[in-house]
Design a binder for this molecule. Sequence first.
Ligand SMILES: [Zn+2]
Length: 353
Amino acid sequence: MIPIFDGHNDTLVKLYKQGKSKKQNFLNKSTYGHIDLIRAQEGGLIGGIFSINVPNQNINLESASNPRLQFTNNGYEVKMNPPIDHKYAKDFTNSIIQNLYNLEKQANGIIKIIRNYDEITNCITQNKFSIVLHFEGAEAIRKDLKNLENYYDKGLRALGLVWSRPNEFGYGVPFKFPHTPNIGSGLTNYGKNLIKKCNELGIMIDLAHINEKGFMDVAKLSTAPLIVSHTGVFNICKSTRNITDKEIDIIGDSDGLIGIYFDPINLLPSSMPDKNMSLSFIVDHIDYIVQRININHIAFGSDFDGTEMPKLIKDVSYYPNLIDVLKDRGYSKTSLEKIAYKNWLRIFKETWK
Ligand SMILES: [Zn+2]
């Protein structure tokens, strides 16, 4: 079985939000959620970037008088999420980090929070499951950056500047189709300082959810390869969350990496939530990147536990289905290994200190 390292999931938040119900316990197999250790082993998953996305408080998603999702004559638009408070973000983030430490402890050496490149290669040879800690949105970071090193010491190795809302550092795209990611202004001065500091510490900067101006600012400033952990190709599905040809080329030039997600709404040309989507649509996005730049810049970034998945890859144990479709489309073993984990390893080697 080909080992798989996945560039994005929201499992930590999902485990936290279920509270005491404990339907999904990471160490036991269940049918709830998309990832646990047993289903990971069944699917070949050896590790992943585990994200902390702090949800907006007090948003009534079901409000009929003031719906967040609005259909337009040729697509949809989701109302922009408002900014969130720093202290709330910090407390939420710290609770999840504590839970992650507890999980690592309970797992008795089977799970490891990764802090450097050697640790991840050792985990692979010793059959241990690797967790790379990531924040999806930098709201827990103080704008003077005084607590960034503290989070680095706690294990933070990958940081998305924004989720789909504005913050002190930059501007995330609202969910909209059809529309380009060119919405809103670029990085703030705080954002520019954050990029420098991440380069200095060796924290991987993630450009998923950022708008086009912010992307270009990071491309100009950052000395590290450019990464988008979970996205799709704008030319195939014209949603704000997907990356344009210009962005793809800049990522290639930086020797960076693009993780492709599995969410039908951001993959299908119609942007419809089709649970019966064929996995060949995922491969269409992968093919596009491979042909436009090359095989060294493409990987998986599923978004498991963060969104609805197609039935054919309804949880992590179904990964072999996707590998089979890639094989059918002519990918060699060497190419498959790059897509499945080796490209992520190269990025970590080049980015971390
Ligand atoms: Zn996301």
